[in-house]
Write a protein that binds this ligand. Sequence first.
Ligand code: TRP
Length: 331
Amino acid sequence: MKRILTGDRPTGPLHIGHFFGSLVERVRLQDQYETYVLIADVQALTDNFDDPQKVHDNIIEVTLDYLAAGIDPNKSTIVIQSKLPAIADLTIFFMNLVTVARVGRNPTVKEEIKQKGFGESLPFGFFAYPVSQAADILAFNADLVPVGDDQLPMIEMTREIARDFNRIYGPVFVEPEAKTGSFGRTKGLDGNSKMSKSLNNAIDIKDSADDTAKKIMSAYTDPTKARKDDPGHPDGCMVYAYHQIFTSGHTAIKEECLKGGRGCVVCKKELIANMNGYFAPIRQKRIELGNDLGYVRNVLKQGIIKGQEVTGDILEKAKTAMKIDYRDILG
Ligand code: TRP
């Protein structure tokens, strides 16, 4: 069976950008692939090394989001990155195969470095995280990586590392394919092209119906539409952006808005009802799982055991190819 590896940084509960970016895709594909879902705590620490409590506490939050969204532990394995030392080992070896200039050109890291305003105090660990992410994927020899489109440069770099490793040391790694979700990027409540915890423009999966309503009521809409019968510009409006996800027949909404036949308050209320309706069963399940932390703990423990097994084997193959198993010397 072909393998999937994908992951998220546990820096907060997952939001609907994560959900539509790749979580629904993973849930859908877990029947056809041997699926591994990585809670990337090591990566989270690359820009949160001074806030370990946050990363710690979000392991459970993210696990609850996965399970509530439909990741099924009978089909998928949830793994905690720092519990898999093979990933750390591979990261070190892969660093030899990538130039500083190459990482510096990676658009995803470049954008994040800018957004976080690191300047001269850019941690080396953060700069190097694309190499560690390649190790996340190659440690499982994943065939497919469902990700948001912002992650495509990471998968490209992973493929290059796999190719270079295989050329220099012999065939060990699979060159993985990326798979982006069918919804594209989910925009932020403020109109930003990306929904993100750090931009404070996210609706979390776990948000209550009331929180969701408050957030949607304050979402960015067409500023030129002052009165309810003014014609609007749905294309820049976040409420319409979300209607496209949650509302069937959203083209009629667009036409009404363009003609001035639809007020923003009504439009928002309709969206809130659809969104809350969609997430109600997931949120309910999340609350139930939160009351059964023994079960959640067990899922994580099983995942660690399986993850260590799989990544340990692949690390051994890589070391043999690199002539550092020393069996000839040590017996
Ligand atoms: N970088 C990803 C993000 O910020 C998270 C991640 C870590 C990941 N390791 C991964 C995604 C491996 C896919 C595969 O969302």
